[in-house]
Design a binder for this molecule. Structure first.
Ligand code: ATP
Ligand code: MG
Length: 250
């Protein structure tokens, strides 16, 4: 202790909790059972990692080609869901190499071709593999800001169809920031779009979800700039634009 308990299968941190003392054990089990997806009853119990930051390393496995890596994506999580992501993330060259080696090994063992969102923690004592998605990753929506020659969705489509991806190149630096709903409802409408769409070097995607609930991700603000620009400044712009939009529902 402390340790993290997770259902074997879930998403967005659902059913996940931290055991700090013995009194938390039963609660953690019950919470995992109520938040799980599928009918597995087992849970994962893993050490709590005191990391400084986390990254997603989008990794593409190909039918007839090399395994490729996208520039690392940094992200910040709250309540088990990402709030902002940015690309490229700051990481030491030797740590990136280590992460790439782990991602290549894990995805090769899983077999198949497509994009994987491989998550790592960057801690003072090195790089920890966390988990992976066998598909495009939510934090990878930053690639919709044109940060790469192909977005994560385009890469996935090519790889799944067995078409070649000769290389992945970084075209811009970018960031994404989420726009959340705050209550249960239907038929959401969006306010502040005029203002939010009036910024240069930015874009906005609305997901078209038919219903809302507290903290449900409804849209994302995207920002970008030339390669070499200050990524923190690009991230701050995405956060500011996301704040200009509010979601109302009935
Ligand atoms: N062992 C750990 N130590 C510290 N923090 C952790 C640990 N495991 C998970 N977390 C935190 O909780 C977040 C969500 O965990 P994880 O990625 O395993 O859940 P998930 O349900 O797959 O979520 P998502 O589908 O959103 O990726 C992590 O990004 C990290 O911030
Ligand atoms: Mg995760």
């Amino acid at each position: 202790m402390p340790c993290v308990v997770k259902p074997l299968m879930s998403s967005s941190g659902k059913g996940q909790s931290v055991i700090k003392s013995e009194a938390d054990i039963q609660k953690a089990w019950d919470y995992a059972q109520s938040g799980k997806r599928g009918d597995y009853t087992e849970v994962i119990a893993e050490a709590f990692v005191k990391f400084d930051s986390e990254i997603t390393l989008l990794t593409v496995t190909q039918k007839n080609g090399n395994t490729l890596f996208c520039p690392p994506i940094g992200h910040r999580q709250e309540r088990g869901d990402y709030q902002e992501s940015w690309q490229p993330a700051e990481i030491k060259a030797e740590h990136l190499k280590e992460a790439q080696e782990m991602a290549a090994k894990v995805t090769a063992a899983l077999t198949g071709s497509g994009i994987w969102g491989v998550e790592f923690f960057l801690a003072p004592d090195g790089v920890y593999f966390s988990e992976l998605s066998p598909r495009p990753h939510d934090t990878g929506m930053v690639t919709l800001a044109g940060t790469q020659n192909f977005s994560e969705f385009e890469l996935h489509a090519r790889a799944v169809l067995g078409f070649p991806i000769p290389e992945i190149t970084q075209q811009r630096v970018g960031a994404s920031a989420v726009i959340l709903a705050d209550k249960e409802g239907v038929n959401p409408t969006y306010f502040g779009l005029e203002k939010a769409m009036n910024h240069t070097l930015s874009d906005l995607k609305i997901f078209g979800k038919p219903t809302t609930r507290p903290y449900r991700r409804m849209a994302v603000a995207l920002t970008y700039d030339k390669v070499g620009s200050n990524v923190d400044a690009v991230k701050e712009r995405a956060i500011a634009i996301a704040k200009e939009v509010s979601v109302h529902s009935n």
